[in-house]
Design a protein around this ligand. Structure first.
Ligand SMILES: Cc1cc2nc3c(=O)[nH]c(=O)nc-3n(C[C@H](O)[C@H](O)[C@H](O)COP(=O)(O)OP(=O)(O)OC[C@H]3O[C@@H](n4cnc5c(N)ncnc54)[C@H](O)[C@@H]3O)c2cc1C
Length: 394
């Protein structure tokens, strides 16, 4: 007897992209299809606020112990009944030949390491959606990559390390670096804080005047800004810079770039230059029933504005394939995204900079929209699948 083909849509990763794409599909899938979501944690990490949470354990909007930024997402799926299954775990292998994914089950009392005592499990899929995003260098808690207790412990450890350090060096010149060092310098004016940036202006993807404001504001907070330099290594409390200079530092935090979570993917589906997932304009990989979206994809823009642009493309295309009406698939065009950046610096009244479409935004607007509480919208609306960034409906 041959077994009937799987009718499972399998989504890997439950964050800004994986949650809304799952809701859109669950609302429209034919009755005989189900959807399974795999993620190491049961909560959405509102990581926009991580730049503040690494420095403080409570702040306006973030709540005591930053509790407002860890939001359970599973209750938002209960309305779909048996059509939906959540599996807490981490995908460890994708096999396109057998249409199966192997995953390591995890639970909230585990740290999500490969030494987990639970045996690996295998699940079959009809269509597979990769939304596993990326993580920070050195596993600093800027992204969600493990069960909640581990993430909370990592945040607490970072806060304690910042408190204990006299000299702190951050590497990177983008928004995460500028925002994080702004928070540290505002909270701990007594510490020596140094920002090392490889570019000649901070916020290199924004107009230079925006980067210059960021630099001026950081200098007012006594941050030492070192440009056109890279950190080569950090060993035994010593940061080695690309010009040979050495800086004694109690804490070094790399805040540049991110590592794609793709170790479990077949190599031939990944871009050789950066190990992200290669997709076409339909957000489909070279394997017909595997799709990808968000930070994990080989694209230039790694910001939340890709969420409302990519989610409807993947959900519409997967639905079209499932329903057999896939002659004309939807396309994603990065060029159509509005270029914008909001960079609060330290959370004090009016502090920050940014731009929309190259036009500078006053610091007061950046502070009011983002810097005051670091919450742009209600985190529950994102976790429970009512809203996507940009106030787009799911
Ligand atoms: C500190 C920081 C602040 C930011 N602030 C802003 C901002 O203010 N504005 C903005 O536009 N953008 C911001 N960004 C960028 C934004 O966070 C990303 O664009 C966004 O997180 C991408 O979402 P995603 O769903 O693609 O992936 P992620 O958010 O990276 O989520 C991936 C999910 O997949 C899970 N996962 C990983 N591996 C596996 C696996 N093997 N199996 C199953 N699940 C897995 C992860 O645990 C996670 O839950 C910021 C980024 C950082 C680091």
């Amino acid at each position: 007897m041959t077994s009937s083909p799987s009718k499972t849509i399998l989504v890997l990763g439950a964050s800004w992209c994986g949650i809304p794409v799952s809701h859109q599909l669950l609302r429209a899938l034919p009755d005989d299809y189900t959807l399974t979501l795999i993620n190491p944690s049961t909560t959405l990490y509102y990581n926009v606020a991580a730049v503040r949470a690494v420095a403080k354990d409570s702040a306006p909007g973030l709540g005591p112990n930053n509790s407002n930024i860890f939001v359970p997402f599973v209750p938002g799926f209960e309305k779909y009944g048996p059509k939906f299954t959540f599996l807490q775990g981490r995908a460890t292998n994708v096999n396109p030949e057998t249409n199966t994914v192997t995953y390591l089950p995890l639970s909230d009392d585990q740290h999500g390491s490969a030494s987990s005592s639970s045996p690996e499990q295998t699940i079959e899929y009809a269509q597979l959606i990769i939304a596993t995003g990326s993580r920070a260098h050195g596993d600093w808690p800027f992204k969600n990559s493990a069960p909640l207790p581990h993430l909370k412990a990592a945040l607490k450890k970072t806060q304690d390390q910042i408190i204990a350090a006299n000299t702190i060096v951050l590497a990177g010149g983008g928004p995460t670096s500028v925002e994080t060092i702004g928070e540290i310098a505002t909270l701990h004016p007594e510490k020596k804080v140094i920002l090392v940036s490889a570019s000649d202006t901070l916020l290199p993807t924004a107009p230079a005047k925006v980067g210059n404001i960021a630099e001026r504001t950081l200098k007012q907070l006594n941050v030492e800004v070192r440009k056109n330099l890279r950190v080569e290594s950090y060993e035994a409390g010593e940061v080695l810079l690309s010009n040979g200079e050495k800086i004694q530092a109690d804490l070094y935090v790399p805040t540049y770039g991110l590592i794609p979570n793709t170790e479990f993917m077949p190599k031939e589906l990944l871009a050789v230059h950066n190990s992200t997932v290669k997709v076409n304009a339909n957000l489909r990989t070279t394997v017909e029933n595997i799709w990808a979206l968000g930070d994990v994809v080989d694209c230039m823009c790694k910001r939340l504005m890709i969420v409302p642009a990519m989610v409807p493309v993947v959900s519409a295309n997967v639905l079209a394939v499932v329903k057999g009406s896939d002659e004309e698939l939807k396309t994603y065009d990065e060029k159509k995204l509005l270029d914008a950046m909001f960079v609060p610096i330290g959370g004090r009244f009016g502090k920050g900079t940014g731009h929309i479409g190259g036009y500078k935004i006053p610091g007061l607007v950046v502070w009011a929209a983002k810097g005051r509480t670091m919450l742009m919208g209600n985190p529950k609306d994102f976790a429970e699948g009512r809203m996507m960034p940009g106030f787009a409906k799911v």
